[in-house]
Design a protein around this ligand. Structure first.
Ligand SMILES: *[C@@H]1O[C@H](CO)[C@@H](O)[C@H](O)[C@H]1NC(C)=O
Ligand SMILES: *[C@@H]1O[C@H](CO)[C@@H](O)[C@H](O)[C@H]1NC(C)=O
Ligand SMILES: *[C@@H]1O[C@H](CO)[C@@H](O)[C@H](O)[C@H]1NC(C)=O
Ligand SMILES: *[C@@H]1O[C@H](CO)[C@@H](O)[C@H](O)[C@H]1NC(C)=O
Ligand SMILES: *[C@@H]1O[C@H](CO)[C@@H](O)[C@H](O)[C@H]1NC(C)=O
Length: 423
Protein backbone atom coordinates (compact mmCIF):
# COMPACT_ATOMS: atom_id res chain seq x y z
CA UNK A 1 0.00 0.00 0.00
CA UNK A 2 2.68 2.41 1.02
CA UNK A 3 4.73 1.48 -2.04
CA UNK A 4 1.77 2.05 -4.35
CA UNK A 5 1.30 5.49 -2.83
CA UNK A 6 4.91 6.45 -3.08
CA UNK A 7 5.19 5.29 -6.67
CA UNK A 8 1.90 6.87 -7.82
CA UNK A 9 2.35 8.95 -10.96
CA UNK A 10 2.41 12.72 -10.57
CA UNK A 11 -0.73 14.77 -11.17
CA UNK A 12 -2.31 14.86 -14.60
CA UNK A 13 -0.10 16.26 -17.34
CA UNK A 14 -0.96 18.40 -20.35
CA UNK A 15 -2.53 15.99 -22.82
CA UNK A 16 -0.98 16.92 -26.18
CA UNK A 17 1.05 13.77 -26.66
CA UNK A 18 4.37 15.62 -26.18
CA UNK A 19 7.22 15.67 -23.64
CA UNK A 20 6.93 12.02 -22.64
CA UNK A 21 10.65 12.44 -21.96
CA UNK A 22 12.38 15.83 -21.52
CA UNK A 23 12.61 17.77 -24.80
CA UNK A 24 15.97 18.17 -26.54
CA UNK A 25 17.09 20.90 -28.89
CA UNK A 26 18.80 24.23 -29.37
CA UNK A 27 17.61 27.68 -28.25
CA UNK A 28 19.24 30.94 -29.25
CA UNK A 29 18.95 33.10 -26.13
CA UNK A 30 21.97 32.59 -23.87
CA UNK A 31 24.48 32.69 -26.74
CA UNK A 32 22.90 35.11 -29.23
CA UNK A 33 20.53 37.17 -27.02
CA UNK A 34 18.89 40.15 -28.77
CA UNK A 35 21.56 40.70 -31.42
CA UNK A 36 19.62 42.35 -34.24
CA UNK A 37 22.64 44.04 -35.86
CA UNK A 38 22.61 42.14 -39.13
CA UNK A 39 24.45 44.96 -40.92
CA UNK A 40 27.51 44.80 -38.68
CA UNK A 41 27.26 41.20 -37.37
CA UNK A 42 25.44 39.15 -40.03
CA UNK A 43 26.94 35.85 -38.82
CA UNK A 44 25.48 36.13 -35.31
CA UNK A 45 22.37 38.26 -35.60
CA UNK A 46 18.82 36.95 -35.02
CA UNK A 47 17.83 36.13 -38.59
CA UNK A 48 16.52 33.19 -40.60
CA UNK A 49 20.10 32.37 -41.61
CA UNK A 50 21.05 31.62 -38.00
CA UNK A 51 18.32 28.98 -37.57
CA UNK A 52 18.89 27.48 -41.02
CA UNK A 53 22.59 27.12 -40.28
CA UNK A 54 21.91 25.58 -36.87
CA UNK A 55 19.45 23.14 -38.47
CA UNK A 56 22.12 22.21 -41.05
CA UNK A 57 24.69 21.64 -38.29
CA UNK A 58 22.26 19.60 -36.20
CA UNK A 59 21.91 17.11 -39.06
CA UNK A 60 25.49 17.23 -40.28
CA UNK A 61 27.30 16.93 -36.95
CA UNK A 62 25.31 14.18 -35.25
CA UNK A 63 23.13 16.32 -32.99
CA UNK A 64 19.91 15.05 -34.52
CA UNK A 65 21.10 11.44 -34.24
CA UNK A 66 21.92 12.08 -30.57
CA UNK A 67 18.30 13.14 -29.98
CA UNK A 68 18.38 16.94 -30.32
CA UNK A 69 15.23 17.80 -32.22
CA UNK A 70 13.94 21.36 -31.70
CA UNK A 71 15.55 24.43 -33.31
CA UNK A 72 14.19 27.26 -31.18
CA UNK A 73 13.86 30.99 -31.70
CA UNK A 74 13.79 33.18 -28.60
CA UNK A 75 12.96 36.91 -28.23
CA UNK A 76 13.62 39.60 -30.87
CA UNK A 77 12.31 37.78 -33.97
CA UNK A 78 9.15 39.86 -34.61
CA UNK A 79 8.59 43.14 -36.37
CA UNK A 80 7.87 45.97 -33.94
CA UNK A 81 4.16 45.98 -34.84
CA UNK A 82 1.42 43.51 -35.80
CA UNK A 83 0.04 43.37 -39.36
CA UNK A 84 -3.33 44.88 -40.45
CA UNK A 85 -5.11 41.71 -39.29
CA UNK A 86 -3.53 41.95 -35.85
CA UNK A 87 -1.15 39.04 -36.45
CA UNK A 88 2.46 38.88 -35.31
CA UNK A 89 4.88 39.09 -38.22
CA UNK A 90 8.56 38.29 -38.45
CA UNK A 91 10.96 41.20 -38.93
CA UNK A 92 10.89 41.52 -42.75
CA UNK A 93 14.55 42.42 -43.08
CA UNK A 94 15.95 39.65 -40.91
CA UNK A 95 13.40 36.98 -41.95
CA UNK A 96 12.81 37.82 -45.64
CA UNK A 97 11.44 34.32 -46.38
CA UNK A 98 8.94 34.47 -43.51
CA UNK A 99 8.28 31.98 -40.74
CA UNK A 100 6.32 29.47 -42.78
CA UNK A 101 9.25 29.01 -45.10
CA UNK A 102 11.67 28.71 -42.18
CA UNK A 103 9.44 26.06 -40.58
CA UNK A 104 9.34 24.18 -43.91
CA UNK A 105 13.13 24.30 -44.09
CA UNK A 106 13.57 23.00 -40.55
CA UNK A 107 10.99 20.25 -41.19
CA UNK A 108 12.78 19.26 -44.40
CA UNK A 109 15.77 18.38 -42.18
CA UNK A 110 13.59 16.17 -39.99
CA UNK A 111 13.71 18.73 -37.17
CA UNK A 112 11.12 20.89 -35.42
CA UNK A 113 10.81 24.66 -35.08
CA UNK A 114 10.26 26.52 -31.81
CA UNK A 115 9.12 30.13 -31.50
CA UNK A 116 8.82 32.67 -28.67
CA UNK A 117 6.07 34.98 -27.44
CA UNK A 118 4.97 36.61 -24.18
CA UNK A 119 1.87 36.33 -21.99
CA UNK A 120 1.82 40.10 -21.32
CA UNK A 121 1.59 43.31 -23.35
CA UNK A 122 5.21 43.18 -24.57
CA UNK A 123 8.00 40.61 -24.79
CA UNK A 124 10.88 41.06 -22.36
CA UNK A 125 12.86 42.89 -25.08
CA UNK A 126 9.89 45.13 -25.92
CA UNK A 127 8.37 43.45 -29.01
CA UNK A 128 4.58 42.99 -29.27
CA UNK A 129 3.14 40.79 -26.50
CA UNK A 130 0.27 38.34 -26.81
CA UNK A 131 -2.14 39.62 -24.12
CA UNK A 132 -5.53 39.92 -25.81
CA UNK A 133 -4.24 37.98 -28.85
CA UNK A 134 -3.78 34.44 -27.52
CA UNK A 135 -6.16 32.82 -30.05
CA UNK A 136 -4.82 34.87 -32.96
CA UNK A 137 -1.20 34.09 -32.09
CA UNK A 138 -1.81 30.39 -31.45
CA UNK A 139 -3.51 30.15 -34.84
CA UNK A 140 -0.70 32.10 -36.54
CA UNK A 141 1.93 29.76 -35.07
CA UNK A 142 -0.10 26.69 -36.09
CA UNK A 143 -0.54 28.09 -39.64
CA UNK A 144 3.21 28.59 -39.92
CA UNK A 145 3.83 25.00 -38.80
CA UNK A 146 5.50 25.90 -35.52
CA UNK A 147 6.12 22.94 -33.16
CA UNK A 148 6.99 24.62 -29.85
CA UNK A 149 6.12 27.86 -28.10
CA UNK A 150 8.29 29.37 -25.39
CA UNK A 151 5.90 31.74 -23.60
CA UNK A 152 7.64 34.38 -21.48
CA UNK A 153 6.11 36.28 -18.57
CA UNK A 154 7.18 39.93 -18.87
CA UNK A 155 4.81 42.91 -18.84
CA UNK A 156 1.71 41.30 -17.32
CA UNK A 157 -0.31 44.26 -15.99
CA UNK A 158 -1.23 42.32 -12.81
CA UNK A 159 0.65 39.28 -11.54
CA UNK A 160 -2.66 37.71 -10.52
CA UNK A 161 -3.41 37.37 -14.26
CA UNK A 162 -0.33 35.21 -14.93
CA UNK A 163 -2.02 31.86 -14.25
CA UNK A 164 -5.08 32.84 -16.25
CA UNK A 165 -2.97 34.03 -19.19
CA UNK A 166 -0.84 30.88 -19.28
CA UNK A 167 -3.97 28.69 -19.05
CA UNK A 168 -5.73 30.63 -21.79
CA UNK A 169 -2.77 30.25 -24.14
CA UNK A 170 -2.59 26.52 -23.37
CA UNK A 171 -6.25 26.22 -24.40
CA UNK A 172 -5.68 28.39 -27.47
CA UNK A 173 -2.83 26.13 -28.59
CA UNK A 174 -4.98 23.07 -28.03
CA UNK A 175 -7.84 24.48 -30.07
CA UNK A 176 -5.60 24.97 -33.12
CA UNK A 177 -5.62 21.17 -33.47
CA UNK A 178 -1.83 21.17 -33.95
CA UNK A 179 0.31 19.54 -31.25
CA UNK A 180 2.47 22.46 -30.14
CA UNK A 181 4.92 21.92 -27.28
CA UNK A 182 4.13 24.51 -24.57
CA UNK A 183 7.17 25.85 -22.68
CA UNK A 184 6.10 28.10 -19.79
CA UNK A 185 7.71 30.61 -17.44
CA UNK A 186 4.62 30.79 -15.27
CA UNK A 187 6.19 29.75 -11.94
CA UNK A 188 9.31 31.90 -12.46
CA UNK A 189 7.18 35.05 -12.65
CA UNK A 190 4.77 33.98 -9.88
CA UNK A 191 7.52 33.21 -7.38
CA UNK A 192 8.11 36.94 -6.82
CA UNK A 193 4.62 37.13 -5.29
CA UNK A 194 3.43 33.69 -4.23
CA UNK A 195 4.17 29.96 -4.21
CA UNK A 196 3.06 28.63 -7.62
CA UNK A 197 0.49 25.86 -7.91
CA UNK A 198 2.49 23.07 -9.57
CA UNK A 199 -0.53 20.82 -9.96
CA UNK A 200 -2.10 23.43 -12.23
CA UNK A 201 1.16 24.21 -14.03
CA UNK A 202 1.68 20.54 -14.88
CA UNK A 203 -1.86 20.37 -16.20
CA UNK A 204 -1.25 23.15 -18.76
CA UNK A 205 2.48 23.17 -19.65
CA UNK A 206 5.00 20.67 -21.07
CA UNK A 207 7.84 22.20 -19.09
CA UNK A 208 8.27 25.28 -16.98
CA UNK A 209 11.04 27.59 -15.81
CA UNK A 210 11.22 28.10 -12.03
CA UNK A 211 14.30 30.19 -11.52
CA UNK A 212 16.48 32.93 -13.02
CA UNK A 213 17.98 32.79 -16.53
CA UNK A 214 21.18 30.81 -16.94
CA UNK A 215 24.29 32.90 -17.63
CA UNK A 216 27.60 31.76 -19.06
CA UNK A 217 29.19 31.20 -15.65
CA UNK A 218 29.77 28.65 -12.91
CA UNK A 219 28.15 31.07 -10.43
CA UNK A 220 24.94 30.82 -12.45
CA UNK A 221 25.00 27.01 -12.76
CA UNK A 222 25.68 26.69 -9.02
CA UNK A 223 22.79 29.03 -8.16
CA UNK A 224 20.41 26.94 -10.29
CA UNK A 225 21.52 23.72 -8.59
CA UNK A 226 21.18 25.28 -5.13
CA UNK A 227 17.72 26.65 -5.88
CA UNK A 228 16.58 23.29 -7.25
CA UNK A 229 17.87 21.37 -4.23
CA UNK A 230 16.38 23.88 -1.79
CA UNK A 231 12.95 23.57 -3.42
CA UNK A 232 13.02 19.90 -4.41
CA UNK A 233 10.23 18.76 -2.07
CA UNK A 234 7.88 21.10 -3.91
CA UNK A 235 9.02 20.80 -7.52
CA UNK A 236 10.29 17.22 -7.96
CA UNK A 237 6.87 15.59 -7.50
CA UNK A 238 5.51 17.80 -10.32
CA UNK A 239 7.89 16.31 -12.90
CA UNK A 240 7.07 13.24 -14.95
CA UNK A 241 6.10 12.14 -18.45
CA UNK A 242 4.27 15.05 -20.12
CA UNK A 243 5.71 17.84 -17.94
CA UNK A 244 9.13 18.75 -16.50
CA UNK A 245 10.95 21.35 -14.42
CA UNK A 246 13.20 23.45 -16.68
CA UNK A 247 16.45 24.68 -15.08
CA UNK A 248 17.20 26.54 -18.35
CA UNK A 249 19.68 26.09 -21.19
CA UNK A 250 22.87 24.03 -21.40
CA UNK A 251 25.77 26.43 -21.85
CA UNK A 252 28.45 23.88 -22.68
CA UNK A 253 30.62 24.98 -25.58
CA UNK A 254 30.63 28.69 -24.71
CA UNK A 255 33.14 30.77 -22.70
CA UNK A 256 32.28 30.63 -19.00
CA UNK A 257 32.58 27.01 -17.83
CA UNK A 258 35.72 24.94 -17.37
CA UNK A 259 35.59 21.38 -18.70
CA UNK A 260 34.89 20.05 -15.20
CA UNK A 261 32.03 22.53 -14.81
CA UNK A 262 30.65 21.46 -18.17
CA UNK A 263 30.72 17.85 -16.92
CA UNK A 264 28.80 19.02 -13.85
CA UNK A 265 26.13 20.82 -15.86
CA UNK A 266 25.63 17.84 -18.18
CA UNK A 267 25.52 15.28 -15.34
CA UNK A 268 23.16 17.29 -13.18
CA UNK A 269 20.79 18.19 -16.02
CA UNK A 270 20.51 14.41 -16.56
CA UNK A 271 19.81 13.78 -12.86
CA UNK A 272 17.22 16.61 -12.84
CA UNK A 273 15.36 15.13 -15.86
CA UNK A 274 15.80 18.58 -17.39
CA UNK A 275 14.95 19.61 -20.93
CA UNK A 276 18.24 19.63 -22.86
CA UNK A 277 18.25 22.86 -24.85
CA UNK A 278 21.76 23.91 -25.81
CA UNK A 279 22.53 27.58 -26.34
CA UNK A 280 25.87 27.68 -28.12
CA UNK A 281 27.29 28.03 -31.60
CA UNK A 282 27.09 24.64 -33.28
CA UNK A 283 29.07 26.05 -36.23
CA UNK A 284 32.12 26.39 -34.00
CA UNK A 285 32.17 24.22 -30.91
CA UNK A 286 34.95 22.62 -28.93
CA UNK A 287 35.15 18.84 -29.60
CA UNK A 288 35.20 18.09 -25.86
CA UNK A 289 32.00 20.08 -25.28
CA UNK A 290 30.44 18.37 -28.28
CA UNK A 291 31.38 14.92 -26.98
CA UNK A 292 29.82 15.73 -23.59
CA UNK A 293 26.62 17.08 -25.14
CA UNK A 294 26.34 14.01 -27.39
CA UNK A 295 27.29 11.45 -24.71
CA UNK A 296 24.71 8.71 -25.27
CA UNK A 297 24.95 7.32 -21.74
CA UNK A 298 24.23 10.69 -20.17
CA UNK A 299 21.39 11.31 -22.61
CA UNK A 300 19.96 7.88 -21.77
CA UNK A 301 19.87 8.86 -18.08
CA UNK A 302 18.19 12.16 -18.95
CA UNK A 303 15.64 10.38 -21.15
CA UNK A 304 15.02 7.42 -18.84
CA UNK A 305 11.45 6.19 -19.45
CA UNK A 306 10.59 5.96 -15.75
CA UNK A 307 10.56 9.75 -15.85
CA UNK A 308 11.42 10.43 -12.22
CA UNK A 309 13.42 13.57 -11.49
CA UNK A 310 16.36 13.02 -9.13
CA UNK A 311 17.21 14.88 -5.95
CA UNK A 312 20.07 16.01 -3.81
CA UNK A 313 20.29 13.36 -1.12
CA UNK A 314 23.41 14.25 0.85
CA UNK A 315 25.90 17.02 1.54
CA UNK A 316 29.02 15.72 3.16
CA UNK A 317 32.52 17.19 3.46
CA UNK A 318 31.83 19.71 0.71
CA UNK A 319 30.66 16.97 -1.64
CA UNK A 320 27.07 16.89 -2.87
CA UNK A 321 25.33 13.64 -3.73
CA UNK A 322 22.41 13.63 -6.18
CA UNK A 323 20.47 10.48 -7.02
CA UNK A 324 17.90 9.55 -9.64
CA UNK A 325 15.91 6.33 -9.77
CA UNK A 326 16.01 4.79 -13.27
CA UNK A 327 13.96 2.12 -14.97
CA UNK A 328 15.04 -1.50 -14.48
CA UNK A 329 15.80 -0.89 -10.80
CA UNK A 330 18.93 1.08 -11.64
CA UNK A 331 20.15 4.23 -10.02
CA UNK A 332 22.04 7.21 -11.41
CA UNK A 333 24.33 8.82 -8.91
CA UNK A 334 26.17 12.12 -9.24
CA UNK A 335 28.75 13.39 -6.78
CA UNK A 336 29.89 17.02 -7.12
CA UNK A 337 33.08 18.28 -5.50
CA UNK A 338 31.91 21.70 -4.29
CA UNK A 339 35.28 22.60 -2.79
CA UNK A 340 36.75 25.33 -5.01
CA UNK A 341 40.34 25.04 -3.88
CA UNK A 342 43.01 22.36 -4.10
CA UNK A 343 43.15 19.35 -6.40
CA UNK A 344 41.05 16.24 -6.94
CA UNK A 345 39.51 14.83 -3.76
CA UNK A 346 38.67 11.15 -3.35
CA UNK A 347 35.08 10.20 -2.60
CA UNK A 348 34.58 6.73 -1.08
CA UNK A 349 31.59 4.69 -2.24
CA UNK A 350 30.44 3.73 1.25
CA UNK A 351 27.33 3.78 3.42
CA UNK A 352 28.70 6.69 5.38
CA UNK A 353 28.95 8.88 2.28
CA UNK A 354 26.12 7.63 0.05
CA UNK A 355 22.47 7.27 1.14
CA UNK A 356 21.79 4.76 -1.65
CA UNK A 357 24.81 2.53 -1.11
CA UNK A 358 22.64 0.24 1.04
CA UNK A 359 21.20 -1.01 -2.29
CA UNK A 360 24.55 -2.59 -2.97
CA UNK A 361 23.82 -5.37 -0.53
CA UNK A 362 25.52 -7.70 -1.06
CA UNK A 363 26.78 -6.10 -4.27
CA UNK A 364 26.00 -4.13 -7.39
CA UNK A 365 27.51 -3.38 -10.77
CA UNK A 366 28.89 0.12 -11.12
CA UNK A 367 29.59 1.98 -14.36
CA UNK A 368 31.20 5.38 -14.37
CA UNK A 369 29.65 7.56 -17.10
CA UNK A 370 31.42 10.89 -16.48
CA UNK A 371 34.00 12.33 -16.59
CA UNK A 372 34.92 9.23 -18.65
CA UNK A 373 33.30 5.89 -19.33
CA UNK A 374 34.66 3.13 -17.15
CA UNK A 375 33.28 -0.23 -16.11
CA UNK A 376 33.98 -0.37 -12.39
CA UNK A 377 32.80 -3.97 -12.14
CA UNK A 378 31.03 -5.51 -9.18
CA UNK A 379 31.23 -3.51 -5.99
CA UNK A 380 30.38 -4.92 -2.58
CA UNK A 381 28.58 -3.09 0.19
CA UNK A 382 31.76 -3.26 2.22
CA UNK A 383 34.13 -2.32 -0.60
CA UNK A 384 35.94 0.96 -0.07
CA UNK A 385 36.42 1.99 -3.70
CA UNK A 386 37.16 5.68 -4.06
CA UNK A 387 36.56 7.95 -7.04
CA UNK A 388 38.62 11.11 -7.58
CA UNK A 389 36.63 14.29 -8.30
CA UNK A 390 38.13 17.58 -9.47
CA UNK A 391 37.09 20.88 -7.84
CA UNK A 392 33.69 21.95 -9.32
CA UNK A 393 33.63 18.65 -11.24
CA UNK A 394 31.27 15.69 -10.98
CA UNK A 395 31.44 11.94 -11.15
CA UNK A 396 28.33 10.36 -12.67
CA UNK A 397 27.71 6.67 -12.02
CA UNK A 398 25.04 4.13 -12.91
CA UNK A 399 24.50 1.53 -10.23
CA UNK A 400 22.75 -1.78 -10.93
CA UNK A 401 21.90 -3.84 -7.86
CA UNK A 402 22.22 -7.61 -8.13
CA UNK A 403 18.99 -9.62 -8.45
CA UNK A 404 18.95 -10.67 -4.81
CA UNK A 405 19.35 -7.08 -3.85
CA UNK A 406 16.23 -6.15 -5.78
CA UNK A 407 14.07 -7.86 -3.14
CA UNK A 408 15.96 -6.22 -0.33
CA UNK A 409 15.44 -2.85 -1.92
CA UNK A 410 11.69 -3.41 -2.15
CA UNK A 411 11.60 -4.34 1.51
CA UNK A 412 13.50 -1.23 2.35
CA UNK A 413 11.01 0.89 0.39
CA UNK A 414 8.20 -0.68 2.44
CA UNK A 415 10.03 0.05 5.60
CA UNK A 416 10.77 3.68 4.73
CA UNK A 417 7.36 4.33 3.21
CA UNK A 418 8.37 7.38 1.25
CA UNK A 419 10.53 6.57 -1.76
CA UNK A 420 10.42 10.14 -2.93
CA UNK A 421 11.98 11.34 0.28
CA UNK A 422 15.03 9.23 -0.46
CA UNK A 423 15.21 9.23 -4.25
C1 LIG B 1 -6.53 18.97 -26.77
O1 LIG B 1 -6.95 18.52 -25.50
C2 LIG B 1 -7.65 17.28 -25.53
C3 LIG B 1 -8.18 17.00 -24.12
O2 LIG B 1 -7.21 17.16 -23.14
C4 LIG B 1 -6.73 16.20 -26.04
O3 LIG B 1 -7.37 14.97 -26.08
C5 LIG B 1 -6.25 16.59 -27.42
O4 LIG B 1 -5.32 15.63 -27.89
C6 LIG B 1 -5.61 17.97 -27.39
N1 LIG B 1 -5.26 18.35 -28.74
C7 LIG B 1 -4.09 18.92 -29.05
C8 LIG B 1 -3.91 19.27 -30.48
O5 LIG B 1 -3.22 19.16 -28.23
C1 LIG C 1 -8.83 34.14 -20.01
O1 LIG C 1 -10.02 33.66 -20.61
C2 LIG C 1 -11.18 34.00 -19.87
C3 LIG C 1 -12.37 33.31 -20.55
O2 LIG C 1 -12.40 33.61 -21.90
C4 LIG C 1 -11.34 35.52 -19.86
O3 LIG C 1 -12.48 35.89 -19.11
C5 LIG C 1 -10.10 36.12 -19.22
O4 LIG C 1 -10.15 37.53 -19.30
C6 LIG C 1 -8.84 35.64 -19.92
N1 LIG C 1 -7.68 36.13 -19.18
C7 LIG C 1 -6.56 36.54 -19.79
C8 LIG C 1 -5.47 37.03 -18.91
O5 LIG C 1 -6.43 36.49 -20.98
C1 LIG D 1 -4.06 24.05 -7.70
O1 LIG D 1 -4.58 23.71 -8.96
C2 LIG D 1 -5.37 22.55 -8.97
C3 LIG D 1 -5.66 22.14 -10.40
O2 LIG D 1 -6.03 23.22 -11.17
C4 LIG D 1 -6.61 22.82 -8.15
O3 LIG D 1 -7.45 21.68 -8.14
C5 LIG D 1 -6.20 23.19 -6.73
O4 LIG D 1 -7.34 23.57 -5.99
C6 LIG D 1 -5.21 24.33 -6.73
N1 LIG D 1 -4.66 24.49 -5.40
C7 LIG D 1 -4.64 25.65 -4.76
C8 LIG D 1 -4.03 25.66 -3.41
O5 LIG D 1 -5.11 26.67 -5.26
C1 LIG E 1 36.61 -3.65 -4.67
O1 LIG E 1 36.60 -3.06 -5.94
C2 LIG E 1 37.79 -3.21 -6.70
C3 LIG E 1 37.64 -2.53 -8.03
O2 LIG E 1 37.06 -1.29 -7.91
C4 LIG E 1 38.08 -4.68 -6.91
O3 LIG E 1 39.31 -4.80 -7.57
C5 LIG E 1 38.12 -5.37 -5.58
O4 LIG E 1 38.25 -6.75 -5.81
C6 LIG E 1 36.84 -5.12 -4.79
N1 LIG E 1 36.95 -5.71 -3.48
C7 LIG E 1 36.00 -6.46 -2.99
C8 LIG E 1 36.23 -6.93 -1.58
O5 LIG E 1 35.00 -6.76 -3.60
C1 LIG F 1 27.01 -7.48 -13.37
O1 LIG F 1 28.16 -7.63 -14.17
C2 LIG F 1 28.46 -8.98 -14.46
C3 LIG F 1 29.82 -9.01 -15.16
O2 LIG F 1 29.85 -8.10 -16.19
C4 LIG F 1 27.35 -9.57 -15.28
O3 LIG F 1 27.61 -10.92 -15.58
C5 LIG F 1 26.05 -9.46 -14.50
O4 LIG F 1 24.95 -9.91 -15.30
C6 LIG F 1 25.80 -8.04 -14.08
N1 LIG F 1 24.64 -7.98 -13.20
C7 LIG F 1 23.66 -7.13 -13.35
C8 LIG F 1 22.55 -7.20 -12.33
O5 LIG F 1 23.63 -6.30 -14.23
Amino acid sequence: MVVVCALAPPARALDNGLALTPAMGWLHWERFMCNINCDTDPHNCISENLYMQMADMMVKDGWKDAGYEYVCIDDCWPATSRDEQGRLQADPKRFPGGMKKLADYVHSKGLKLGIYADVGTKTCAGYPGSLGYYEVDAKTFADWGVDLLKFDGCYMPKWTLLAEGYINMSRALNSTGRSIFYSCEWPLYEWQYTQPNYTAIRQYCNHWRNYADVYDSWTSVKAILDWTANNQDLIVPAAGPGGWNDPDMLILGNFGLSLDQQVTQMALWAIMAAPLFMSNDLRDIDPKSKALLQNRYVIAINQDPLGKQGRRTAEVKNFEVWERLLSGGKLALAVINRQEIGGPRRFPLTLAMLPSWKFCNPQCNVTQILPSYQDMGTQKLTNMTEVPINPTGTVLLVVTPSAADHKLRKKWFHHKGKVDAIL
